[in-house]
Design a protein. Structure first.
Length: 410
């Protein structure tokens, strides 16, 4: 039984997702990362790759480099030699890890990286991994993710548990680096947000992965059952933040079924997905820091605001002079007066906007809207300093002021 548990722990490490950027269906890239694959005496990983063909042009095939890295703690961690994969446009092709790469004896698990082999790596494709038991075909799936989805922003894997009563549940957590070294911490919290046990710290070199079997025991959690716990993965390198992959698996210890919990961040340190769009504001976006200025009350400022429908957006003017200013959201176009005001408008220092279904906005395409700020009609001549805060569920583009000096009026 102990050997069975050990084998299971080796491969029940599935997961994806960006620490940075949560799960997304925008999954094409010229470099795809599968956070964990495995090849043991009991389990095998099969990776499926789809090449849709070029956006335009006449290319009929592409070649993909396959890089597999055994995880830390195995007899020979690091890069293993793998054959390239050739695939035609419109084709889906699969391969077994042990057939594509020279692994050597023993069990293996680690990070898989697939990359366009062309000199100019702009061909994109998709990938998916299924790891299952030999014979019984029980297993789990891990998506392949565009490498740019991962970031150095703190991320959380939630719903973790440890339960002693049969069948029993155990949580294993994993940390992986991408193409550069990274310093990290892993912290475990109970359902109320109180830290459990001690903080784990470590350093990984490029493409290294480490597994923490039974995370509750590893951090020194007091005896007893836990449910709805949370693992937080933190990059401690400052001021730069290399990318980190964090994930956990919750394992049932009788049939050894498990699931995959990718650690998810707020916006993955992506200025195109800011849940709080803050222009000219202070660190927590409650007031002005640098601010913007309107020096001519007959003119207005214009911004582009990316909105991904269906979504809900609230924008507010910040600063002591906010009562002398007004804000409006309009469809993209010129900043000339006379546009269609979607939200806000005359006398409004803030607005709340619901986009409605995806299909009702710009033919279902996420788009930039116009965000305009001006003084109210009664404002006397002078200089007006302000900042803007926009909160949104799906995140907005972090755009600066793109227009100033157009005539006042929405």
């Amino acid at each position: 039984m102990r050997r069975a548990l050990s084998l299971v722990a080796c491969f029940l490490l599935y997961v994806h997702s960006t620490l940075l950027l949560a799960v997304t269906t925008a999954g094409a890239s010229s470099t795809i990362v599968v956070p964990v694959v495995a090849s043991t005496g009991s389990f095998v990983s099969e990776i499926a790759v789809y090449y849709p063909g070029p956006f335009s042009g006449t290319a009929t095939s592409m070649t993909i480099n396959v890089f597999y890295y055994d995880a830390n703690g195995l007899p020979s961690p690091g890069l293993k030699p793998c054959a390239q994969l050739s695939i035609n446009a419109g084709e889906t092709k699969s391969f077994v890890l042990a057939s594509q790469c020279t692994l050597g004896a023993g069990g293996h698990f680690g990070v898989l990286v697939l990359q366009d082999a062309a000199a100019e790596k702009t061909n994109y494709f998709f990938a998916f991994n299924r790891t299952e038991s030999i014979g019984a075909h029980e297993g789990f799936s891990v998506e392949g993710f565009p490498i740019g989805n991962f970031s150095g922003q703190g991320a959380d894997a939630s719903g973790l548990k440890r339960i002693a009563a049969p069948p029993g549940f155990q949580t294993n957590c994993f940390v992986a680096a991408l193409g550069e070294a990274v310093d990290y911490q892993v912290l475990l919290f109970d359902s109320s947000g109180t830290q459990i046990g001690s903080t784990l710290t470590g350093t990984l070199g490029a493409w290294q992965e480490v597994r923490y079997v039974d995370i509750f025991t590893t951090v020194g959690a007091p005896a007893g059952d836990y449910t709805n716990a949370r693992a937080t993965f933190v990059v401690t390198d400052n001021p730069n933040r290399p990318s980190l992959i964090g994930f956990c698996t919750v394992q049932e210890n009788q049939s050894f079924g498990a699931d995959f919990r990718i650690a998810k961040s707020r916006e993955g340190r992506d200025n195109g997905q800011r849940r709080v769009f803050c222009r000219g504001g202070n660190a927590d976006c409650t007031d002005i820091q640098t601010g913007f200025q309107i020096t001519d009350v007959t003119k207005k400022d214009g911004y582009r605001l990316l909105i991904r429908p269906p979504d809900f957006v609230k924008c507010t003017i910040l600063g002591s002079q906010a009562s002398s200013l007004e804000i409006a959201l309009l469809p993209i176009g010129t900043f000339a007066p006379g546009g269609t005001v979607l939200a806000g408008g005359t006398g409004q220092r803030s607005f709340y906007y619901s986009t409605g279904p995806r299909s009702t906005s710009n033919g279902g395409v996420a788009e930039f809207f116009n965000l305009e700020v001006e003084t109210i009609a009664a404002a006397p001549a002078g200089t007006y300093t302000y900042a803007i805060r926009c909160d949104s569920g799906n995140g907005t583009g972090d755009s600066g002021r793109v227009n100033t000096g157009n005539s006042r009026g929405f």
